[in-house]
Design a protein around this ligand. Structure first.
Ligand code: PGA
Length: 254
């Protein structure tokens, strides 16, 4: 079977500290991946920098995304919130939803599923993050994963599922060095499991088409093996997306 195009998402989190640095980081990445083909790169900066980066970019192989979205559609009296419609209009095509760092701040599966729906309704592609906190030997993490994925997609219809992206991000592997990432073999097993759950919910045709990314200590040194042997469609990259060298080598490894 022909391999699908890969997707590499940069999650800059709350970095960098100033717009000028964001501009510099972005243009260095853009310059160095100009000739890369077959990989779609999505940069998710802090929302504050989005419109400026979108405006400055003339190329074609980077798209933009946000790191979070309000569950309220459109506009309204919701202090501090940004709606999917606003993000879409500013130039975002994707949005990360249910990242474990947001779940740790109190975001529930219910909230996450509402955000996924709001994103889809506005025409954004949600990158839904799921992942167990710990990996036990008895396989309890698989039930946790199944429960979290099913609850986070509650009410999301099959007709919209084709625009969904799922990022498997085990919490224990986030924000460490490459050696702490999941092994390619375990990743492969988990990806099959996630595809099974999606196929159960949406049918095989739709379920198998949802791109599955991996996130959690992906760096230049482990991206190749995880990409080749892990059966993933790409990566959601945290700290390594702030290093031009590391991020570019992850993109090239795909
Ligand atoms: P990390 O973060 O690459 O720094 O582990 C991944 C993420 O949090 O999305």
């Amino acid at each position: 079977m022909a391999r699908r195009g890969r997707l590499v998402v940069a999650n800059w989190k709350m970095h960098p500290g100033a717009l000028q640095e964001a501009r510099r980081l972005f243009s260095s990445i853009a310059r160095r991946i100009r000739r890369v083909r077959g990989v779609q790169v999505v940069v998710c900066p802090p929302a504050l920098y989005l419109s400026e980066l979108v405006r400055s970019y003339r190329g074609a192989n980077i798209r933009f995304g946000a790191q979070d979205v309000s569950w309220h559609a459109g506009i309204g009296a919701y202090t501090g919130e940004l709606s999917a419609m606003m993000l879409k209009r500013i130039g975002a095509g994707h949005v990360i939803v249910g990242h474990s760092e947001r779940r740790a701040m109190g975001e529930s599966d219910k909230t996450v599923s509402t955000k996924v729906k709001a994103a889809l309704d506005a025409g954004l592609a949600p990158i839904l993050c799921v992942g167990e906190e710990e990996r036990d030997h008895e396989g309890g993490y698989l039930s946790q994963l199944e429960w979290q994925l099913t609850a986070s997609l509650d009410g999301v219809p099959r007709t919209q599922a084709s625009r969904l992206v799922v990022a498997y991000e085990p919490v224990w592997a986030i924000g460490k060095r490459a050696q702490s990432a999941v092994t390619p073999r375990l990743l492969h097993e988990t990806v099959i499991f996630v595809k099974k759950i999606l196929s159960k919910k949406y049918g095989r045709v739709v379920g198998m088409k949802v791109p599955i990314l991996y996130g959690g200590s992906v760096e230049g040194t482990n991206a190749g093996a995880l990409s080749r042997e892990g059966a993933v469609d790409g990566f959601l990259v945290g700290h390594a997306s702030l290093s031009v060298r590391d991020f570019v080598s992850i993109v090239k490894a795909c």
